[in-house]
Design a protein around this ligand. Structure first.
Ligand code: NI
Length: 204
């Protein structure tokens, strides 16, 4: 069992922390994921797509109520580097409105789709753009055993791990992954917890 408990501060300079991040939802597998995370008292960060939030506001409410961090993954998941400045701002603003309508907060973190970033995109928001240090490739290989192998081989203290909760193979991998990482002494924290509440402007 993880030592993380909701509400308790975690000092990731001393604890062995890992930030599990889930992109592209909310979707039909998100509630199952929430149950797996709750079983290990694991906190995670969800970078949600605004139009999916608008379609599933109840799932986002349950995710937020369970103590997870909510970040923006834009309104419609475009490559932001291909948009105009106005287009980037519109993608972020529409996602913010959908998230605020569902849970009443504006997300503090943004993850650009595909990790696609340049100076022009960055200049459109003061919020941190959060990438990742471990890509589980769960979007390419829809195989739970492979997701487990890749994650357990790559994880380090302080890792930010990229998953997608729209794939059932990813959600099905979680009980075993949470068990293995717990046994290795990891505490499952949000991205903001990992950085002491002050993530750098560009995390990776
Ligand atoms: Ni994505």
């Amino acid at each position: 069992m993880s030592s993380a408990t909701a509400g308790k501060p975690v000092d990731c300079r001393r604890a062995k922390c890992v930030a599990l991040t889930f992109d592209d939802g909310p979707g039909v597998y998100t509630d199952a994921l929430l149950r797996h995370l709750a079983a290990y008292r694991a906190r995670a960060t969800f970078f949600v797509v605004g139009r999916n939030v608008a379609a599933n506001p109840g799932i986002l409410r349950r995710t937020y109520a369970a103590g997870h961090e909510i970040g923006s993954h834009t309104w419609s998941h475009p490559d932001l580097t291909r948009l105009s400045a106005l287009g980037v701002r519109s993608e972020l603003a529409r996602a913010d409105r959908a998230i605020r309508a569902a849970i009443g907060i504006t997300p503090k973190l943004v993850r650009p789709p595909y990790g696609a970033l340049n100076a022009a995109v960055r200049s459109q928001t003061a919020r941190p753009m959060v990438l990742w240090s471990v890509d589980t490739l769960d979007w390419r290989f829809r195989n739970s055993a492979r997701v487990i192998r890749k994650t357990t081989a790559s994880v380090r203290p302080g890792s930010v791990i990229l998953f997608h909760d729209i794939h059932p193979s990813t959600v099905a991998a979680m009980p075993a992954l949470l068990k293995v990482l717990s046994k290795r002494g990891y505490t499952f924290v949000t991205v903001s917890q990992l950085y002491g509440g002050r993530p750098p402007r560009l995390v990776y």
